[in-house]
Design a protein around this ligand. Structure first.
Ligand code: FER
Length: 412
């Protein structure tokens, strides 16, 4: 489109709060649509559906204001940035902090009779569309978490599979033997870089014995250090092993973002790299561990578990490679989780080969519907599994508890 210089009539700005634009020499004028005031909409957010309100104010071709996001009974206000309005078209950016990472959400809108038709884009993910209506949102609690358009409710099945761990379960204690944490490197042909993983070896680790291995995968906001930072994995294992509740095992925490820049700060834009991690895990991480540590390399001596994006990876990769893993745990699994019928296309085989399948999520987690969908399918197909539901959100407390339980079940 050819753009002509805009000439603004200052009187119209002060009198009407909107700008008249003159296009070329035709003296055609376009008045900026009246958007001032409050708007509300329901959108799919990173943790499920949420209500967003927009408080907008146009001054000339500039748009200012704020977004108010409601979720879990909380409201979060963010000043909009780079706001512009031109006739009936507007645009602005909302900058959010997502688990410590900056997430930019771009909005473009067209003002019509029905309200504002918005297109919303997060990073390079596909854009979504929604309609905003005039006025404030209804007060009260926001959306019930749902996924793929299906409302999800908390039912009688959705309850804890185990009691909360005892106090101090992940505290470093002086009176128990300590394992060792080390950060190791390996060459990845798939990614083309030297990559890191953190490895826990149990107290008294010796080449004279062979150990089973648990692989733990992190979430979108994390890296090879996340599990340790959130859950204090070494303390959980030290304490369980000392109490003979878990068998001595090696725990491997790789970086699950298979791209050159694998830092946590890459945030949502790195989602596709989580899918590319499958051959890195199978062909590089596991062989590296089996060659450098004294491991049992049978499927019965290999477990895979993960949180959120890592939970999705765990279910996607683990259930597709039952010849490699016999123990699988997806905690608060993210939207990267394949649909249940793709995860478990052959329920009979899964039933026969899996030693443990654990699915867990908190009811305050906007991603609850994903885990619940997997549980519902597994139940229908009679695939034995542990379905653990607590009243937590998408948080480290849920993951530490889930690991504490999972670590006691595996390799026994
Ligand atoms: C999303 C919501 C959450 C998503 C990923 C996540 C790729 C991951 C969250 C996490 O790992 O904590 O829409 O899309």
């Amino acid at each position: 489109m050819v753009r002509f210089p805009k000439i603004m009539k200052t009187c119209s700005i002060s009198l009407l709060g909107s700008a008249f634009l003159l296009f070329g020499s035709g003296l055609q004028s376009t008045e900026a649509a009246d958007v001032d005031g409050r708007w509300n909409a329901r959108v799919e957010g990173p943790r499920g559906p949420r209500t967003i309100e927009f408080e907008l104010k146009a001054e000339g071709d500039k748009l200012s204001g704020k977004t108010i996001s409601r979720f879990g009974g909380q409201a979060r206000e963010t000043e909009i940035q780079d706001g512009k309005i031109d006739g009936d078209t507007l645009s602005f950016v909302q900058v959010l902090d997502f688990r410590g990472n900056e997430m930019r959400i771009s909005y473009t809108g067209k003002v019509g009779e029905e309200g504002i038709s918005f297109t919303r884009q997060v990073g390079d993910r596909p854009a979504s569309e929604f309609q905003a209506s005039r006025g404030a949102a209804e007060p009260g609690d926001p959306a019930i978490p749902r996924r793929r358009g299906q409302p999800v409710e908390v039912g009688p099945d959705d309850k804890p599979a185990f009691e909360d761990p005892p106090a101090g379960f992940n505290a470093v204690k002086d009176d128990v033997p300590h394992g060792k944490l080390e950060m190791i490197e390996y060459e990845s042909k798939v990614v083309g870089t030297t990559r890191k993983m953190q490895v826990y070896t149990p107290p008294g680790y010796t080449e004279d014995k062979k150990y089973p291995v648990l692989y733990l995968l992190h979430g979108i906001g994390g890296d090879e250090a996340e599990w340790q930072n959130l859950a204090r994995v070494n303390a959980i294992l030290d304490n369980l092993i000392a109490g003979e509740k878990a068998v001595p095992m090696i725990v491997v925490m790789p970086n699950g973002r298979a791209q050159v820049d694998d830092r946590a700060e890459t945030g949502m834009s790195s989602a596709p790299a989580f899918a590319k991690f499958e051959p890195v895990l199978l062909d590089e991480v596991i062989p590296t561990i089996d060659s450098r540590y004294s491991t049992h390399s049978s499927r019965e001596a290999r477990a895979l578990a993960g949180l959120s994006m890592g939970g999705g990876q765990t279910l996607n990769f683990g259930l597709a490679h039952l010849d490699t893993f016999a123990w699988v745990g997806g905690f608060s699994s993210a939207p990267n989780t394949k649909p249940p019928a793709e995860l478990v296309p052959d329920p009979g085989k899964a039933k026969e080969q899996l030693k443990l399948l654990m699915i867990s999520c908190g009811t305050k987690d906007g991603l609850f519907g994903i885990s619940k969908g997997v549980h519902t399918y597994l139940k229908e197909k009679e695939v034995p599994h542990v379905w653990h539901v607590d009243d937590r959100g998408h948080d480290g407390g849920h993951w530490a508890n889930a690991l504490w339980y999972f670590a006691q079940q595996i390799f026994q």
